[in-house]
Design a binder for this molecule. Structure first.
Ligand SMILES: *Cc1c(COP(=O)(O)O)cnc(C)c1O
Length: 368
């Protein structure tokens, strides 16, 4: 039995909190962070909560050169009863370890990670915004810290969790986005790292995003790398289509990131007896469905926006409008239900939310 003692070193000064009703995504960080180190031959050691601060790293650290790094993204919500709720956090820790495995990063004890997260949230509890639609965004990540220029898995790592209060994603109601089908660049290939949350996938996607934005589109629709024909994801979200009463989403194929929101949407639809299928979907099929007038709704899913309706897509010099450019009924219902469950205002039949108990912050010792 291993015993973890998470040391807590509280900051002697507290930062000025930003105004919670005009928060920009990912720009403000709380007073503390969690760190645990890994050293080959020892394992993960010295878990600690410390004041939020810059890292001092050797410029030869492997993360800077070969991108051996993974991350996660989830949120904590403050309920009307001042309770703090996490949404399926164990799914994120499982996925973190799947990403770790793909990047040759050693596995992290998921219970330690979750316990550390809860304690960190308690330390910075006052940073959870309470304005409607706001939340505390949680960014766990791992970096390779061995100073070595050889291409090989690092012998040292840091697993860090930082917290950022974020504003409402939709300030003026849900706005459908316009997307461009990407023909030149691909996000991920079969056998590559598409199903791992690793930095390289995002660095590689910036170019297509930049080109699309210049043309007036807010996201790109990614097609598969082999045939450039099957739909994979939209931006860094999973994608769903409602065609003639049936909901379809691309089946997981190794290059698609397995979203927690995606899984939750599929489970909700099944619970409502709405037909939902995971399968290959070609861009031609979507084009034809739009032409036939049976493409009823299109939406992206992810932690940040939860549901992001698509009002128009650009494909082969044609602008194809979906649902008159408006948010569909099912998209809205899914958004309201999922955000309601996350906030504790709608019943949670799946047991998805996890309460962060106030005393968790004083339970400094974690037993396994
Ligand atoms: C994180 C991510 C998603 C969405 O995952 P959630 O767990 O729902 O937030 C989808 N696609 C990509 C590429 C991602 O990085």
């Amino acid at each position: 039995m291993t015993e973890y003692k998470i040391e807590i070193n509280l900051s002697s000064s507290r930062k000025q909190k930003p105004s919670f009703d005009s928060l920009e995504f990912g720009k403000n960080f709380t007073d503390h962070m969690f760190i645990v180190d890994y050293t080959r031959g020892i394992g993960w050691h010295d878990p600690r909560i410390v004041p939020y601060q810059p890292l001092t790293l050797d410029p030869a650290c492997m993360v800077f050169h070969y991108g051996q790094t993974v991350f996660e993204g989830l949120k904590a919500y403050l309920t009307q009863e001042e309770e703090v709720l996490l949404f399926r956090p164990e799914k994120n820790m499982e996925r973190l370890n799947r990403s770790n495995d793909r990047l040759c990063i050693p596995q992290i004890d998921e219970d330690l990670a979750l316990s550390a997260l809860k304690q960190l949230i308690n330390v910075d509890r006052e940073w959870i915004p309470n304005a409607p639609g706001t939340s505390l965004y949680i960014r766990p990540f791992v970096i390779a810290t061995e100073p070595y220029l050889g291409v090989a898995p690092s012998g040292r790592y840091k697993f860090i969790i930082i917290l950022s209060p974020v504003g409402a994603y939709y300030k003026e109601g849900i706005n459908p986005v316009k997307i461009a089908v990407e023909r030149q660049y691909v996000r991920a290939a079969i056998g590559g790292t598409g199903n791992a949350k690793t930095a390289g996938n995002y660095a590689g996607s910036l170019k297509a995003q930049e080109v699309a934005e210049k043309a007036g589109y807010s996201q790109v629709l990614w097609l598969d790398s082999k045939e450039n024909h099957y739909i994979e994801e939209v931006g860094s979200m999973n994608i769903f289509f409602k065609i003639n009463g049936e909901v379809v989403t691309p089946a997981l194929n190794g290059s698609i990131l397995e979203g927690v929101t995606r899984d939750s949407i599929i489970q909700l639809l099944k619970h409502w007896n709405v037909p939902v299928t995971e399968r290959k979907i070609s861009i031609d099929e979507i084009y034809q469905a739009q032409k036939d007038g049976i493409l009823e709704e299109v939406f992206g899913t992810g932690t940040a926006a939860v549901i992001s309706p698509v009002g128009e897509f650009f494909w082969q010099n044609e602008k194809l409008v979906v649902n008159g450019g408006k948010t569909g009924e099912l998209s809205k219902k899914l958004y309201d239900t999922l955000t309601g469950i996350q906030l504790g205002t709608v019943p949670d039949p799946f047991g998805w939310t996890v309460k962060v108990e106030q005393q968790e912050g004083s339970k400094y010792t974690h037993n396994r």
